[in-house]
Design a protein around this ligand. Structure first.
Ligand SMILES: Cc1cc2nc3c(=O)[nH]c(=O)nc-3n(C[C@H](O)[C@H](O)[C@H](O)COP(=O)(O)OP(=O)(O)OC[C@H]3O[C@@H](n4cnc5c(N)ncnc54)[C@H](O)[C@@H]3O)c2cc1C
Length: 819
């Protein structure tokens, strides 16, 4: 029997058990106790910080690629600034500022765009020239530097001391921390966490938080929880006796040469984010790994070092004190994993920190603690939400290949539309090869290969990135125009598709949906799923197939999240939810000539009266029976055709063969995005999230307040309706066609920033960049009339005049889709 409780005095019960005593686990413990959750136990298999944390270089930067991630990092800095005074434990925190260099025009544009984004929440980011950089950082040789940004409030800290301070704060708040106690497994009853097992006995718990760094993937997988991450080697070198080095020297980031420079206890630390990293630990992490180092390969690090010595010539006279290589976990999309695992209630994850764990820990600890307390995330955290992961991403070949790219992406130029180069071809539509032959340039989304655009015959469709109009701009414009004027073929097989069937299917769905799905079989309902706060959890279409059967269709990225959202709401009701995504592909015919084309191929009636908008039924096509749904995401007449997988090639061949006479053009996701944004169709995860309500998003038409039995979120919406809306989703178009919007650009009205762009694309019919963003009043009151005043959108430091509209600028009266 292994239960020597006498050796380690473990409690038998806790409200929360945290697995792992790195900076993340200790921050979660600290923040739980700060908000009054005191029955907290943290278990560390060896000693606090002994995994990755002890060797963090110590950078504490704040500006990330998105607004919400920057907010988390900003909070971290604020916390660290006061942590020593609060806990009495030294943290080594120093606010020395940071400088990021640009040696190319594109990098400068990226930095300028980020500086504009930072204005949305008042983070001071100064765009500076070479001369000022030289004054702030006299050690650097700057001949090749165009400019940079300076963030005066950035700094550095000692990761071990920060972790110990958080642990001390947690202990004094009531948490108990045990070292040398490994969690062997997570206990659960099939649905919910019930505790953990250790060699010293079990602890019953309501909540378990996986903060096990690079160990989290395998521990989670034991209980069916998907935490895709893999360790990589991560390098730095410490130089001693560097002439001119002072503790107040800002942190210097030389993105274009994959390096950063930081004062470190009298030495200069030079770290690397090389483009091709070396995955580590594929055969497993040694059991005795504790404050471990990896031998590393100096040759691998050397090219970065050579450039670093050019940047800081003083290094040539300095001596190398230490060449260091340690493991850190990286994730397939270089974003960490946070939140409650969809597969197991009460199991939270905070892992996969991608080399920014120290600067993220404060924010991560805070949001996880609040999420545990409230049962929902305190803000929109979708980009790092553990529910975005797909089970296949636990595949180690996939992970190994992808993380070798992930590390370098942190410092690579964040080109708009940038695609991964590694681990490609994981999920393919049944007509993939035919699309490739038609000239598709594929992008990767959640493992799926999806055509983003098509190159003309005789060319190799390959991205040439820039911040301006990229090489595919005109090709995509032609696809866009074909959809508006003739007919386009989209392969949307990556849609997630579920069936809900059974005696209680209607009752369950009508409680979850804000719209009414009690419609006759054959009708399609566009609806949102809301949380109790009225925020939008999902945006999808539901087709009633029969009295007791529904087809649910949603975006590829939300497959895991939505499947589990519905599964949890079924509870003990009599219905079965099945993921039928792999059973069928989707070919969409969109455009004014879609009807003529379809009519030429099917004996079924596809006339407007015979097949009205918003209906769905089986038709004959080629040798197949396919489900045709008259619906659109591009604002034109059209059908989504749900084709059994084994019939996909035949149906595709029929459509393309007949399509020639109707001007059929293959169209990709970039055209789709341009078309949908002109029509102001919302995209979940960008324009609508769990903190935006359908009323704020202009989707009130899809909410059935009077539906018998109500729906989740109704009361919150009623309160909001009475109080008036404090933000509203608005469509903008830049008045001149030159500037391009991507996302996160500040929206100005007069002298105030009143919002930011959530998603954007060039609108080829409207003739300019089009974006969607929420507008609120600077004073916080109800939003006044939209469009009555002049708006401007800031792009890379320049403001551009924009038209604003609550109604879609393209076909506001829906005449085209109902033709
Ligand atoms: C060379 C290098 C430089 C870095 N520089 C920076 C930087 O400048 N700024 C920055 O922000 N980040 C930096 N990082 C990243 C940062 O160090 C990590 O993101 C962070 O430390 C991760 O913290 P963690 O708590 O998730 O993981 P860890 O520190 O690895 O903690 C996880 C803990 O869980 C324990 N554990 C695992 N399994 C179990 C189990 N079954 N039971 C009990 N305990 C378990 C482990 O022993 C470990 O102590 C750097 C990383 C490296 C490698």
């Amino acid at each position: 029997m292994t239960n020597p409780r006498s050796a380690v005095d473990l409690p038998q019960k806790a409200r929360v058990v945290i697995v792992g005593g790195g900076v993340i686990g200790c921050s979660v413990a600290y923040h739980l106790t700060q908000i009054g959750i005191k029955e907290v136990v943290l278990l560390e298999r060896k000693q606090l910080t002994s995994g990755t944390t002890w060797h963090a270089a110590g950078l504490v930067g704040q500006l990330r690629q998105s607004i919400n991630m920057t907010q988390l990092a900003r909070y971290t800095s604020t916390l660290y600034r006061g942590l020593e005074a609060q806990t009495g434990q030294a943290t080594g925190y120093r606010q020395c500022g940071s400088i990021s260099l640009a040696t190319t025009a594109a990098r400068m544009e990226e930095l300028r765009r980020n500086a504009s984004m930072a204005k949305v929440f008042g983070l001071e980011v100064r765009v500076i020239g070479r001369q000022e950089i030289g004054e702030l950082y006299p050690l650097a040789a700057l001949d090749d530097v165009i400019g940079g940004i300076h963030i005066p409030s950035d700094g550095y800290a000692n990761a071990v001391d920060i972790t110990q301070a958080l642990a001390k704060g947690a202990r004094s708040g009531g948490a108990r921390i045990f070292q040398e106690v490994a969690v062997q497994s997570i206990r659960h009853d099939g649905r919910r966490v019930t505790g953990v097992d250790t060699a010293h006995g079990a602890i019953a718990a309501d909540i378990v938080v996986l903060c096990g760094g690079m160990w989290s993937r395998d521990l989670g997988a034991q209980s069916g929880v998907t935490v895709p991450l893999h360790a990589c080697e991560h390098y730095y070198v410490l130089f001693k006796d560097v002439p001119g080095l002072t503790p107040d020297l800002p942190v210097l980031r030389d993105y274009d040469h994959c390096s950063y420079f930081k004062y470190d206890a009298g030495k200069l630390l030079v770290g690397a984010f090389e483009p091709h990293a070396r995955p580590w630990g594929a055969a497993g992490i040694p059991e005795d790994f504790c404050f471990g180092e990896i031998d590393g390969d100096f040759g691998h690090f050397e090219p970065v070092l050579v450039d670093a010595m050019r940047r800081i010539p003083a290094l040539e006279q300095a001596g190398i004190q230490k060449f260091f290589c340690g493991p850190e976990s990286f994730t397939p999309d270089v974003r960490y994993h946070l939140g409650e695992a969809p597969e197991l209630q009460g199991c939270f994850v905070a892992a996969g920190l991608n080399s920014i764990g120290l600067q993220s820990a404060g924010g991560v600890g805070k949001v996880i603690a609040e999420w545990i307390r409230d049962g929902h995330p305190p803000m929109d955290l979708w980009e790092v939400d553990v529910r975005r992961n797909m089970p296949f991403q636990l595949n180690r070949k996939y992970l190994r290949e992808r993380v070798s790219e992930s590390l370098g992406l942190l410092y690579a130029t964040h080109w708009p539309f940038r695609q991964y180069a590694t681990a490609r071809g994981a999920r393919k539509s049944a007509v993939h090869d035919r699309l490739a032959a038609a000239g598709a340039c594929f992008g990767e989304a959640f493992g799926w290969e999806r055509p983003n655009w098509y190159g003309p015959a005789g060319t190799t469709p390959r991205y040439e990135y820039s911040y301006g109009r990229q090489n595919w701009f005109e090709h995509s414009a032609a696809e866009h125009r074909a959809v508006r004027e003739a007919v386009g073929l989209f392969d949307q097989s990556s849609f997630a598709k579920f069936r809900l069937e059974g005696a209680d299917a209607l009752r369950v769905l009508n409680r979850v949906c804000a719209n009414d799905v009690d419609v006759p079989p054959g009708r399609i309902v566009y609806t949102q799923w809301l949380n109790e706060r009225g925020g939008i959890e999902a945006d999808l279409t539901i087709t009633r197939l029969a009295e007791d059967a529904f087809l649910i269709v949603t975006g590829a990225e939300t497959e895991t999240r939505e499947f589990n959202w519905l599964r949890r709401h079924i509870g003990g009701a009599h219905c079965v939810l099945t993921n039928v995504g792999s059973a069928m592909g989707v070919l969409s015919l969109m455009g004014p000539r879609a009807r003529e084309l379809l009519a030429s191929l099917t004996p079924d009636d596809v006339s407007h009266s015979g097949f009205p908008f918003g209906t769905s039924r089986q038709i004959e096509l080629g040798y197949a029976l396919v489900r045709a749904s008259r619906i659109t995401y591009v604002g034109e007449l059209g059908w989504e055709l749900y084709v059994p997988s084994e019939f996909m090639q035949g149906v595709y061949d029929e459509l393309v063969g007949a399509g020639r006479s109707f001007g059929l053009v293959h169209a990709g996701y970039h055209a789709l995005n341009s078309l949908r944004i002109e029509k102001a169709y919302r995209h979940w995860g960008h324009d609508i999230t769990d903190e935006d309500s359908p009323l704020e998003a202009g989707l009130g038409f899809a909410v059935k307040f009077a539906k018998p039995g109500g729906f989740i979120g109704r009361e919150a919406l009623e309160r909001q309706r009475e109080a008036g809306l404090r933000k509203r989703l608005v469509q903008f178009r830049l008045r001149t066609p030159e500037a391009l919007l991507y996302h996160n650009e500040p929206i100005w009205r007069g002298g105030d920033i009143v919002g930011f762009i959530r998603s954007a694309m060039f609108g080829h019919t409207l003739g300019g960049a089009v974006g969607l963003g929420y507008v609120s009043e600077p004073g916080g009151g109800a939003v006044g009339p939209i469009g009555a005043e002049d708006y401007e959108i800031e792009v890379a430091g320049h403001r551009h005049a924009a038209l604003a509209s609550l109604k879609p600028m393209y076909d506001p009266d829906n005449l085209r889709i109902k033709s």
